[in-house]
Design a protein around this ligand. Structure first.
Ligand code: GLC
Length: 453
């Protein structure tokens, strides 16, 4: 064999081997068949819209849920909030009614955030709502209220803990913000033991997934990237054990992807693009995902924050999520008194109004089949079971014509969704031309429903 042929054979082997390795699946923890996963997650993918609730001691500071970190506060300095936490207007039935009216089908509440404060009654800490003037298990009341409205129940639980005495230093711990040197880490880490903290995590996850009946979602937050040397990683949490424990205690549960188990095919049930733009959501098409978004930038109640998203921006996020096969979980940061503030209520009321008339274009929907092109200034959503395609009109012009290129022969009937009023159309070559209503419908983004052949 001459060198040239040897070279070619070697080249082919290398290519084949690389292809083989590249195509290798990541290892699986649970070996759940794809159809079983789809079935388990069906309610969630059909729901499309949920409510995130960030509520805790930081609501009293009213200047971001990271204020303990941002202001380098010690436990002692932060204690003032614990001592007065007394949410006299807390009535989760109102929260649930508002979520439901807004068309949200599930909720996720911060049972513990990074500050370590627990809204639930845990046997493993004194740093909990029952020991504040609130004197009760607020998670229990949330669960009961939301469940009674038919909403699915989710628990957010922070893996980070800026209060626990065994939790070691990392680059966001409030105590190391001024001096991030190794020497300082070592000084502050004296007596801290992550092994004990891992036990704490296990114990609290066990409590949360045992004491409150069926829990539908566990939303764990968060793990540093592998390359981040001053962060914490899957091993620090005992992540593999935690996910196994959670699925054992609540077999049907849906868990997000923030445990740092990216090396596994099933280290999380869905990915969590946070605060990304509608444009960026397009890149998630084909994955199982939920984008989490705030009204204003902060998750916790932030009194002086004024950059709130408009009604149109929120609708765009919701519609664009569904148009790319994902969910939107929209966050509310209740005040320390336990209420949604007026701006959140206004926003939610606007969404209720739109959802009441247009939710058929959201629930059970996903992206349109590739054979339907997306006309300019629209988004398409699609319900495969009912064979209906929805055209979200981002730039409605009364009395105008809307051309649907290549749609000829594909539709049976067209109507405006909000009032089921007929939309007349004609076929021109390969296209369908819709005649828009002569008067603007009273919705920021009106929707046309096409019944497909
Ligand atoms: C980030 C923040 C946190 C917030 C979360 C919601 O991870 O640390 O404050 O709870 O995003 O996705």
């Amino acid at each position: 064999m001459n060198y040239f042929r040897k070279g070619i054979i070697l080249f082919i082997c290398v290519v084949a081997l690389t292809g083989f390795v590249g195509a290798q699946q990541k290892p699986s923890i649970f070996n759940e068949p794809a159809t079983a996963k789809q079935e388990r997650m069906k309610w969630w993918t059909d729901a499309r819209f949920g409510m995130f609730i960030h509520w805790g001691l930081y609501s009293l500071g009213a200047r971001h849920e990271w204020l303990k970190h941002n202001e380098h506060m010690t436990n002692e300095e932060y204690q003032k909030y614990f001592d007065i936490f007394s949410p006299d207007h807390f009535d989760p039935k109102k929260w649930a009614a508002q979520a439901k009216a807004s068309g949200m089908k599930y909720a996720v509440l911060t049972t513990k955030h990074h500050d370590g404060f627990c809204l639930f009654d845990s046997k493993f800490t004194d740093y909990k709502a029952t020991n504040t003037p609130a004197k009760r298990d607020l998670v229990k009341e949330y669960v009961e209220a939301f469940r009674s409205q038919g909403l699915k129940i989710g628990f957010y639980y922070s893996l980070l803990d800026w209060h626990h005495p065994d939790y070691t230093m990392d680059d966001v711990h409030p105590l190391v913000q001024v001096d991030t040197s190794r020497a300082n880490y070592e000084r502050l880490n004296k007596g801290r033991d992550m092994k004990k903290y891992r036990e704490y995590l296990k114990n609290q996850i066990t409590e949360l997934l045992t004491n409150y009946g069926k829990i539908d979602i566990l939303w764990l937050d968060w793990t540093w990237g592998k390359e981040d040397k001053r962060g914490k990683h899957a091993e620090d949490w005992g992540a593999l054990e935690l996910i196994k424990l959670a699925k054992k205690l609540q077999p049907g549960i849906i868990i997000n992807n923030r445990l740092g188990l990216d090396d596994y095919a099933d280290g999380g049930d869905f990915v969590t693009p946070e605060q990304v733009s509608p444009k960026e959501l397009e890149s998630y098409k084909g994955k199982t995902w939920e984008t989490c978004q705030t009204f204003s930038g902060s998750w916790g109640y932030y009194r002086d924050e004024t950059t709130w998203k408009t009604h149109r921006q929120l609708l765009d996020l919701l519609i664009t999520s569904v148009a790319n096969g994902g969910n939107l979980i929209l966050n509310v940061g209740p005040t320390a008194r336990g209420e949604f503030d007026y701006r959140a209520i206004n926003e939610l009321d606007s969404l209720s109004y739109w959802m009441h008339a247009n939710n058929r274009a959201i629930y059970d929907c996903t992206f349109a089949p590739g054979s339907f092109s997306q006309p300019e200034n629209t988004r398409l959503t699609y319900n495969a079971a009912t064979k209906r395609l929805y055209i979200h009109l981002y730039n409605f012009i009364a009395g105008s014509s809307l051309t649907l290129p290549g749609y000829a022969g594909k539709i049976k009937y067209a109507q405006l969704l909000n009032d089921e009023s007929e939309i007349l159309y004609k076929t021109e070559g390969n296209d369908i031309v819709l005649k828009m209503p002569g008067v603007r419908p009273p919705y920021e983004i009106p929707v046309i429903e096409l019944m497909l052949q």
